[in-house]
Design a protein around this ligand. Sequence first.
Ligand SMILES: [Zn+2]
Ligand SMILES: [Zn+2]
Length: 332
Amino acid sequence: MLGAVFAGNGKVEVREFPDPDPKPGEALVRIAVSAICGSELHSYHSPDGSNGELLGHEMVGDVIAVNQTCHVKKGDRVALQIMTGCGHCYYCSRGDFEHCKDMDYLIGGHAELIAAPEMCCLPLPEDVNWERGVLLGGDTIGTTYRTLHRLGVNAFDTVAVLGCGPIGLGMLALLRFIGARAIAVDISPYRRKLAQKLGASRVIDPEAEDPVASISDLTDGAGADVALDCSPTQGTITAALNCVRKFGRVGFVGEKGEAVIHPSNQFIRKEIEAVGSWYYNPSDYFEIMQLYRRGLHVDDLITHRFPMTKADEAFATFASGESGKVLIVRGA
Ligand SMILES: [Zn+2]
Ligand SMILES: [Zn+2]
């Protein structure tokens, strides 16, 4: 089979790999769409690349063979959640496999085939096309839905979205569905434009105006009800804490190494509620499918599609910041 690997310093190579051999309890899935995630850029830009490993962790496809699975059958359409665990501990029994002490990832979506443990295979209904499936059943809507759900975001809220990469854009799609007022912040003109298309009532270029001051002005000096830090940059932690009102809520989903905060002024005396949110679990997926049935639109998050043979171009496009969600599509 063919698969794409990072060859180092922003180069992607499509190479021939042996077809995966599903172990007992696994399904062999022929990948239909694999989406590019912002978290892959670190490895993409690094000198060592992916060290010959296949990456890709947002994928959908159809099952072409099974090895001693219980409920997954040949011909099933599946969205793959990528967290696996022992299946029996406290966290696994809640479906929160990411917190199991035996947690592992299912990675390798940028390929033609993948062997997936049965616990990763979520049923994708016939009438949900592959492209929507990869967004609804991947980080883009999974992680964002879980965050908004945990924060109890609703139509009365004014929500600041700091960073409009795929996760920030996923937040906007959900905020549009809920009917909340969204204010979007991003340095990329392309992404600000896309944020507007996704229903942001105001977009802010943080290099041209101070987002905290502007959000204050837009809320009669009170601050946003909710701030969502969806950016990998350090400064957005501070901006998120500073732009919410007293008793505001903050969601942290933008992965980063280190940032400085002042707990007394930014947190304690504003009586802020904060959640860190990482991934989603299978029960979130079934809830998201209900939202899809009720009219959650995700199509306008997708801006580019490439075949596997053009994976290099796909990543270059995504890395430029001039894109929304970029998909590697079988038969494109
Ligand atoms: Zn991801
Ligand atoms: Zn477990």
